[in-house]
Design a binder for this molecule. Sequence first.
Ligand code: PMP
Length: 339
Amino acid sequence: MTHVYESVLDAVGHTPLIRLNRIGEGIGAPVYLKAEFLNPGGSVKDRAARHMVLAAERDGTLRPGGVVVEGTSGNTGIGLAIVAAQRGYRTIVVVPDKTSADKLAVLRAYGAEVIVTPGGLPREDPGHVSQLARRIADETPGAWFANQYDNPANPQAHVDTTGPELWEQTAGRVTHYVAGIGTGGTVSGTGAYLKRVSDGRVRVIGVDPESSTYGGGDGSPYYVESIGHYLHPGTVEDLWPQSFHTDVLDAVERVGDRDAIETTRALARQEGLLVGASGGAAVAAALRVARGLGPGDLVVVVAPDSGRNYLSKYFDDGWLLRNGFLDGTGTRPVLGDLV
Ligand code: PMP
């Protein structure tokens, strides 16, 4: 028997690497897309979720019959809910009130309990998603707070799985690795592995929304979800996650919302690849990088999740028009627009 797994946990990872053909036509170096939307929970975060839960079991902070708690509006919650379902844990996920009904339904379908809290609060506020999740974990017997932003098992998941997969899939020919920066787990974990096995030869490029503070922006809001770091009004300190190891990166490419969204749509129409806008942003950056390279180079770019999560946004003409992406009136979003 081949490609047969003992449980859904073993089906996480081993994702295909797919060459971009039409969208990168005429560009010097080949660009390959790591199709993370093909994970069981539909995103790259299944990897971090599995690693974080297994590490917590090993160090005894999560015990049989325990409760997995996290603050997240998205893919990490789904990954944790899947792992918890399979391992017999209860899951409590704290999400901001703008989270779509579809996402809440997916979390509940896996048996997660969902607590909705107002979004847009500064990190210091006790009602802030992560702060509330931490408090619930403190007050719930048997609870363990996953804390993807500061949990070393998050980047380690990529040192142990994504990195080795890419090295093997490209037979060691990868020269440039491009990935968005959210918690930083994907870019710095995979990047650290690729640097190590290539004796520092592989260049690691993080991708950041234009106004995000990771790449030097002012922290004002942007539309692309799940990557970058913006500052809510009232935020005192610009604290970056411990999961983000900045020393691994050689460069940060800053990508505007329009470029990210246009590339996301082009991937669906020209390559048949339906990815989210963090993947579109990463591909926009990868194409930029590849333009300056030659046929001896090989660029790998990560597509973290599926465009199915965003059909009513980037793939909806009404949404594009309302937000100024079709008629050219496009303005910077205000926080209230980020639904
Ligand atoms: N894109 C999407 C859609 C995500 O859900 C995430 C995770 N928040 C990222 C990109 C960024 O990944 P990481 O947290 O590993 O930096």
